[in-house]
Design a protein around this ligand. Structure first.
Ligand code: SF4
Length: 445
């Protein structure tokens, strides 16, 4: 029977989300229609994640659930795509015969070939990634106000805990011309905010060996008509330099927002994690960022429970958090991942200790967020309106310039006569845990 409808599940990071958009566009071009419920789909695609144990479990659970529609539903083709087949394709094939086809991280644009019954070569355990070309189609949802742009993929670093280089291969960048063409297309489709993502965003352009760099890209994107906000994610600490910070400071559309994943701060942990820099350099990067962009909102990510971590390492991290006052912080617990330099390293930190350290970090961060949010009350900030938050249409959900999509909390705008996509200058009137409440002052041009 002809396959007419497709349902997507997109797991993992924003880079994976972009790959899902590319798969969706390829199947729409093939004549399939997107549906938003698995029971209505002839084809189900699960774009998986597998960088740590919990992400693998979530992907397998999702595949098992979708497999029930393969057994009893309308589904005739169940596709496992992305990082799990790329990393563990052989085991997955044996463990889940319900999966009809697998697609690695190197070929999202070729998914349509599976519809014709072809299989696409996949070498599990090798690194692969996909970079859009100027003519690569990508699904854009009408009215989507904020969109991720994957400016590079893969990573050439060797952080001891990280499986990503083994899954996505070495870092490779798109050309500025290629990224700007996509930005124009997205702005024409109504996007107001472009969120730039890669594994190692600040290393953008280095592999092109022609002087291309992130600051240069930002200058070009800042000229794209219709784009109002440009946000940069995942800046590796030792790549946060004056050239980049100057561009972020001087370009009016670039958000005063610095996402700098530090992972840890103790010298022993930074060395053991092979982060390529010590505590002094890390402190130097953060201090430089604060000096050049004093108004910037700071985000970071930390990892607890890495083999050999001591209570005093954690105390050092807690002190650094108190000194730095990150506006946003995400924390992970170490997962002993096969194929990473740290795999099987001893002494392992017990699950209980790792969990207790995670809880201490998140409890401190909650207090810091509360203090930072209370300090915003009475301040005015531009807010991008994204959705209606209540039936009456008097409360809207948005994000201020210091809130990235999906990870930093939201700002509820009350007593507003606005539309999704509007950017309005608001006065912060209250805060609730990680979220804020605001009232509009005026519409911004
Ligand atoms: S920078 Fe380090 S943590 Fe980030 S993707 Fe690369 S190897 Fe992994």
């Amino acid at each position: 029977m002809k396959l007419k409808t497709v349902y997507f599940v997109s797991l993992g990071c924003p880079k994976n989300r972009v790959d899902t958009d590319i798969m969706a566009a390829a199947l729409i071009e093939k004549g399939l229609h997107l549906v938003f419920a698995p029971e209505e789909a002839d084809v189900i695609v699960v774009n998986t994640c597998s960088f740590i144990g919990d992400a693998k479990t979530e992907s397998i659970d999702e595949l098992l659930e979708m497999a029930t529609y393969r057994k009893s539903g309308r589904c005739q083709l169940l596709v496992a795509a992305g990082c799990l087949p790329q990393r563990n394709g052989d085991e997955l094939k044996t463990a889940m015969p319900e999966i009809d086809a697998m697609l690695g991280t190197g070929t999202p644009d070729r998914i349509a070939e599976l519809i014709d019954g072809h299989s696409i070569e996949l070498q599990p355990g090798t690194g692969a990634h996909f970079l859009q070309q100027i003519n690569t189609a990508r699904l854009v949802t009408p009215g989507q106000t904020s969109v991720y742009i994957k400016i590079a993929d893969g990573c050439s670093r060797k952080c001891a805990f990280c499986a990503i280089p083994g899954i996505r291969g070495k870092g490779e960048s798109r050309t500025i011309e290629n990224v700007v063409a996509e930005a124009r297309m997205l702005a024409e489709a109504g996007a107001k905010e472009l969120v730039l993502v890669a594994q190692d965003t600040a290393a953008y352009g280095r592999d092109l060996n022609d002087g291309t760099n992130l600051a240069g890209l930002l200058h070009q994107l800042n000229q794209v008509e219709g784009v109002q906000w440009i946000r940069v994610m995942y800046l590796y600490p030792d790549s946060v330099d004056e050239t980049l910070l100057r561009a972020m400071r001087d370009l009016d559309k670039v958000m005063p927002y610095l996402d700098i994943p530090i992972q840890h701060v103790s010298a022993a942990m930074l060395k053991a994690m092979r982060r390529g820099h010590g505590k002094k350099q890390l402190q130097g990067s953060i201090a430089l960022a604060k000096r050049m962009l004093p108004e910037a909102f700071l985000r970071t990510t930390v990892l607890l429970g890495f083999p050999g971590e001591t209570e005093s390492d954690v105390l050092e991290l807690l002190q650094f958090m108190t000194d730095t006052q990150f506006h946003h912080l995400g924390a992970f617990r170490y997962s002993d991942e096969a194929g990473t330099p740290a795999f099987g390293r001893t002494p392992q930190v017990s699950r209980r200790d790792s969990y207790n350290r995670y809880r201490k970090v998140m409890a401190l961060q909650k207090r810091i967020v509360k203090r930072n949010n209370q300090a915003l009350i009475g301040k005015t900030l531009p807010v991008l309106i994204e959705d209606v938050a209540d039936d009456g249409g008097f409360v809207f959900e948005g994000r201020h310039i210091g809130q990235a999509p999906e990870i930093d909390g939201v700002t509820y705008v009350v007593n507003a006569n606005v539309q999704p996509g509007d950017i309005v200058l608001c006065k912060i009137t209250d805060c609730k845990e990680y979220d804020l409440v605001a009232e509009p002052l005026e519409d911004l041009p």
